[in-house]
Design a protein around this ligand. Structure first.
Ligand code: SF4
Length: 503
């Protein structure tokens, strides 16, 4: 099978990554939902007349494509293949002195990291005798807000420039792509050699974790084999990889304040590993528990899907659609559970109405990652539905983020192995029981299940709805258990300290 752009990109990063991806073509679940294909939507933006457009298909060769393009001004999804390298380009427009390549980008602010793929596409097009006189980026317009039918003219933007990290206009695309250099022929030749040999070293190197863990990290290295105190679990530093390669293998080998900054979090990890038991900053944790939260505790958790193309009014590209929540209310004596699960379509208003009714008027509202998740969702809903804004923003004002004591090193258990997810914490404090007993055991699976509900039989639909309710309910229950655990361990450690003082 001919190599694709993604194969070359992976090869550039790591030959092993390339080989693993090339030999395993399973596609992951698409995290972003597109209600219509981006190509079809972009075609409407470009106002291409159907009789002046050549549309490529899967099995076409370069010769087929060139023959099809001959009498047309526009080409879309055109396939080219040479040197065992195959590309599919979004839109080409013929002009007297060459083609304009309208490169469709999935993000609202395409950055310079698109350069490699644009270079490779331009390289092969030129190899095939298609002269590209200009590259323009065709991308979703972050400022577009839907109101009624989709307005395709405003849904996209065309830009001659990349965007900086700040999303301000950056460098000219043609200049950057023309300056980029890469020996494609040598790379393709070496890739073929690797495939023929069928194996590649996977020694640990800095690339394995350069921008977070490589997607194939767990295929190459089995972290289950590491001890709980492995230096690779140390948080907040990339130096751990260098130290690991230089022979420091345990968190307790690290000199805090010298090898690494020695943040609160690192100190908590260090102490927990040194004593091989939970680290608790008793004063700070007791103070947080006493001042930041008080009864009744209202634990909330939302589930949502991310929509590339806005499907409903007042939504922008990549806005999210909330579809489910779980609430556990603990008043100190009893625990009540409430929940909501949409029925497909636009469930936002029903979600809001029931949420406002379900959340008691008094009490602290606790969420895990509240700032970047539940609070943000409520603010978005308040903007989209101003008639409920007061109530929604009042809930925001009462919200506390339960990650605070965890992310600030007030509590750490060696078995957390550097992970702060609620699922991991729940497994640690609950002897590995919980999420792994559920059919839906993480957020992406929940999104996938919700997206597919309509395609199921009535019986299957009811079963999956129940699984979704159980999953979301587990998140708020896990928060409840975590707070109870933090309170209990604080009491135990305070008692321990007092007994020591008595001696
Ligand atoms: S984990 Fe490292 S060796 Fe394995 S594929 Fe990724 S970068 Fe390559």
């Amino acid at each position: 099978m001919a190599f694709r752009i993604n194969n070359v990109k992976k090869y550039q990063q790591c030959p092993k990554h390339f080989l693993l991806d090339y030999t395993d073509i399973s596609t992951g679940f698409p995290f972003i939902y597109f209600s219509e294909s981006l190509i079809d939507a972009a075609k409407k933006h470009l106002h291409i007349a159907a009789d002046d457009l050549f549309t490529g298909t899967t099995s076409q060769t370069s010769a087929d494509t060139k023959a099809g393009m001959e009498s047309k001004t526009w080409a879309c999804l055109a396939r080219f293949e040479k040197h065992n390298f195959r590309i599919k380009v979004s839109f080409l427009k013929k002009e007297d002195d060459g083609y304009i390549y309208y490169a469709l980008c999935r993000t609202c602010f395409p950055k310079e990291d698109e350069t490699r793929r644009l270079f490779m596409e331009k390289w092969l097009l030129e190899e095939e005798g298609i002269h590209i006189k200009h590259i323009a980026l065709l991308h979703l317009n972050a400022a577009y807000e839907r109101n009624g039918d989709l307005d395709y003219d405003n849904l996209f933007c065309i830009s001659d420039n990349f965007y900086k990290d700040t999303n301000k206009v950056g460098k000219n695309v043609d200049e950057v792509v023309n300056r980029y250099q890469y020996d494609m022929l040598s790379a393709l030749e070496d890739m073929k050699r690797i495939v023929d040999e069928g194996e590649c070293d996977n020694e640990f190197k800095l690339e394995c974790t350069k921008r977070g863990k490589c997607a194939r990290y767990h295929s190459c290295f089995n972290e289950d084999e590491l001890e709980d105190d492995s230096i690779l679990f140390l948080n907040g530093t990339r130096k751990k990889y260098e130290m690991y390669l230089n022979g420091k293998t345990k968190i307790t080998d690290v000199l805090l304040g010298e090898d690494v900054d020695g943040t609160y979090l690192q100190y908590a990890q260090y102490m927990a590993c040194l004593k091989n038991r939970e680290f608790v900053d008793v004063n700070a944790l007791s103070s947080w528990l006493e001042t930041s939260i008080h009864l009744p505790y209202i634990y909330i958790d939302f589930e949502w899907d991310t929509l590339g193309i806005p499907m409903y009014d007042k939504m922008k590209p990549y806005d999210v659609l909330v579809f489910q929540y779980s609430i556990h209310i603990d008043d100190g004596e009893t625990v009540i559970h409430k929940e909501y699960l949409g029925n497909g379509g636009d469930s936002r208003e029903a979600f809001i109405k029931q949420l406002i009714a379900d959340i008691p008027e008094e009490g602290i509202v606790i969420a895990y990652h509240a700032e970047g998740a539940e609070k943000l969702r409520l603010q978005e809903l308040a903007y989209q539905f101003p008639e409920y804004a007061d109530d929604l923003l009042k809930i925001c004002d009462r919200m506390v983020d339960l990650t605070y004591p965890i992310m600030n090193g007030l509590y750490y258990h060696p078995k957390m192995r550097g992970t702060y997810s609620l699922k991991k914490l729940y497994a640690v404090i609950n002897d590995n029981h919980g999420y792994n007993e559920l059919d839906i055991d993480h957020g992406l699976k929940a999104v996938e299940a919700y997206r597919n509900l309509d395609s199921l039989s009535e019986e299957e639909r009811l079963k999956v709805r129940q699984e979704l309710l159980e999953y979301c309910g587990m998140d708020t229950y896990a928060m409840l258990k975590l707070v109870n655990h933090l309170k209990k361990i604080c009491e135990e450690r305070t008692k321990e300290l007092l007994e020591k003082l008595k001696k």
